[in-house]
Design a protein around this ligand. Structure first.
Ligand code: SF4
Length: 359
């Protein structure tokens, strides 16, 4: 079982309450099962009574988890509670116990996989991950504008999934198959650097591809915030002055999985944005289930409750929110009452995107 290799996490978390205030789902469900302690107790029980793996309440709990990793990030010993929850999903799938709504999303992800490479021969390849199309287009269009300002040419690889969404649902073998095809196209492009807006796709290329046997040897993987900052610092890109006051929502994959909290903020500051803190606890995840990659597709009600909680934390519903995640962008822009002002990180770096209405 995949969960067997997390015995240290089970033993540490099953009697510990220390991070419960950061458990993203539990902050809206108020269920003890949704904190790392609850997950660890369930999985500990399953290790002793494996016949109970088919219990639908246990399976539901594993998929209710946002995998935000906020608890792991701020645990003093960084016990991998998110890895344990993901391993439980993998065990569910490998035993043929995936719930219908999860299987349906996984089937659609596999059926929709049709990667498109725009061309070959550029040093820079932009990876456009279209699992969340509107957010991906918003980020990609603004990135194109910034690259035009910098005078840098690039090619684009569009993928509906890098394998990350399937992997987060527990379908590791299928994820690895998609990753192998994405790797082949990246190598075919002849690029030296892959630049990625979507934090989930960035984490896949940076961390998962090697585990899935698709390591990108000698090709640099950069998030757009890292890449654009380099262009700014080298003087190649002069960002238009954007004097807006904005509230940046930390990405689970950038901050909690890759320790990248500063680069997006440095880029926004370079664009002249006045950054304000969101909410009352900077350690909390407000990415609305981003860590689970397709959370709103399998748990739409929970995603909406997470969004309602974020709205409660806002100083004003007219404030401008900035997110690096196409997923978070779409969950926020889907809100009709109130209508929220949301920008991708790339849009916030363009002067014409000072107000969302102009986007
Ligand atoms: S992740 Fe750390 S703080 Fe949270 S329950 Fe486990 S041991 Fe405790």
């Amino acid at each position: 079982m995949n969960t067997d290799s997390y015995r240290d996490v089970i033993n540490a978390c099953r009697f510990c309450f220390m991070c419960r205030h950061l458990a993203t789902t539990a902050n809206v469900s108020f269920r003890e099962a949704d904190i790392p302690r609850g997950n660890a107790l369930i999985i500990d029980r399953l290790s002793m009574k494996p016949e109970q793996w088919s219990n639908p309440d246990f399976i539901k709990t594993f998929y209710d988890n946002t995998l935000s990793a906020a608890c792991r990030k701020h645990c003093v010993s960084h016990f991998d509670e998110a890895g344990l929850a993901l391993a439980a999903r993998c065990d569910v799938v490998e035993q043929g116990l995936a719930p219908a709504e999860v299987q349906a999303v996984a089937d659609a992800l596999k059926a929709d996989f049709d990667p498109q490479l725009s061309g070959e021969g550029c040093e820079v390849l932009y990876l456009k991950s279209t699992t969340y199309t509107a957010g991906a287009i918003a980020a990609a269009d603004a990135f194109a504008g910034l690259m035009e300002l910098a005078g840098v040419s690039y090619e684009t690889l569009s993928v509906s999934d890098t394998g990350k969404a399937l992997g987060a649902l527990g379908y590791t073998k299928d994820a690895a198959e998609l990753a192998a095809q994405v790797k082949a196209l990246i190598e075919k492009s002849g690029c030296k650097s892959v630049v990625v807006s979507c934090p989930a796709a960035y984490d896949a290329l940076k961390n998962d591809f090697a585990k899935w046997g698709a390591a990108l040897d000698s090709i640099e993987v950069l998030h757009t915030s890292e890449y654009l900052l380099k262009l700014v610092e080298s003087g190649k890109l002069k960002l238009p002055e954007n004097a807006s006051t904005v509230y940046y929502i930390d990405s689970d994959f950038l901050r909690n999985y890759n320790d990248m909290a500063e680069e997006p903020r440095a880029l926004l500051k370079a664009a002249g944005c006045d950054l304000r803190p969101l909410g009352t606890n900077a350690e909390e995840s407000f990415a609305l289930g981003e860590g689970s990659v397709v959370f709103d597709k399998i748990r739409p009600t929970l995603a909406a409750r997470l969004r309602a909680r974020l709205i409660q934390e806002m100083d004003s519903t007219e404030d401008i929110l900035v997110t690096a995640s196409p997923y978070t962008y779409e969950v926020l822009t889907a809100c009709t009452e109130p209508k929220l002002n949301v920008l991708t990180l790339e849009q916030a770096c363009l002067a014409q995107a000072q107000t969302p209405a102009a986007v």
